[in-house]
Design a protein around this ligand. Structure first.
Ligand SMILES: Nc1nc2c(c(=O)[nH]1)N[C@H]1C(S)=C(S)[C@@H](COP(=O)(O)O)O[C@H]1N2
Ligand SMILES: [Mo]
Length: 253
């Protein structure tokens, strides 16, 4: 995990590289806000490449700060049964009818990267493991949020069980619909991060990610991958479907 000194060094370098003399004077007077850096940079607003590159550097710095602030023991809010939303929305980069139709008999989850035991696991195997459930709020950046109940296995239990390198930086997920995303190891080991097999006490419906979705209540909707096919533990930055198009990688909720 990043430490305070590294992040401050990085912020200073970013500011030094990008501020004009005038910007630097105003910065010293007004202090740092992440959004404010863009206003103070000397980049020519007719030059998109310049703007893109400063925004992307700020987004990366923002990732580091979020990672540093993330507390592996702090829990996302949980809600009573009475608050469960019965009209839970569907969302994906395609319409509901196109959600993958997965055959349970042929299904197994694959493991890649820094893991000792890469033997694929079947659904039956996952159902035999101790199950937990939680009622949390899913927050989508498209402007909706909804409360649901998800049940399954803590991802930390699985990662420990298969001998994953818990000091690796990233855990990445590949989905049956070619969606992909990745998270930091601290979030992968967070007690509320689960491999969900059920939604509102029923088998996870096809539209919500059958047979397995990774439910991460400390992260925004796009960091909750459905239809999981493979899990990889790696130190190489894996990105994600929306993250590679400019969404913030840490994506905390
Ligand atoms: N495999 C897969 N997972 C995905 C997506 C997707 O398109 N494919 N969309 C993400 C987004 S942006 C959201 S908001 C949630 C929606 O989950 P839901 O259909 O259960 O509401 O799934 C996330 N996980
Ligand atoms: Mo989303």
């Amino acid at each position: 995990m990043s430490n305070k000194k590294e992040i401050i060094q990085e912020a200073t370098q970013l500011i030094n590289r990008q501020l004009t003399q005038e910007g630097r004077r105003r910065f010293l007077k007004q202090g740092l806000t992440l959004g404010g850096i863009t206003m103070l940079t000397g980049c020519d607003i007719t030059n998109n490449a310049n703007i893109e590159s400063s925004l992307s550097q700020i987004s990366q710095l923002n990732d580091r700060i979020q990672e540093w602030l993330f507390n592996g023991n702090l829990l996302a809010p949980v809600y009573p049964e009475s608050m469960i939303d019965t009209n839970f929305p569907f969302n994906a980069f395609y319409s509901e009818n196109d959600a993958p139709d997965i055959n349970a008999d042929e299904y197994h989850i694959e493991f890649l990267g820094l893991i000792k035991d890469k033997q694929p696991l079947t659904l039956a195997h996952l159902h035999q493991m101790a199950q937990v459930s939680q009622i949390t709020r899913h927050i989508c950046v498209e402007g909706w949020s909804s409360i649901g109940k998800w049940g399954g296995i803590p991802l930390s239990t699985l990662l420990k069980g298969i001998g994953a390198d818990l000091h690796a930086k990233y855990v990445s997920f590949q989905c049956a619909d070619n969606y992909y995303t990745s998270i930091d190891m601290a979030t992968a080991l967070h007690p509320q991060t689960i491999l969900a097999l059920t939604w509102n006490n029923e088998v996870l419906p096809r539209k919500y990610g059958y047979p397995i979705k990774v439910r991460i209540p400390t992260k925004l909707g796009y960091k909750n991958p459905k239809h999981i096919q493979a899990i990889e533990v790696t130190n190489r930055y894996p990105g994600g479907y929306w993250e590679d198009q400019g969404y913030n990688w840490f994506g905390g909720s």
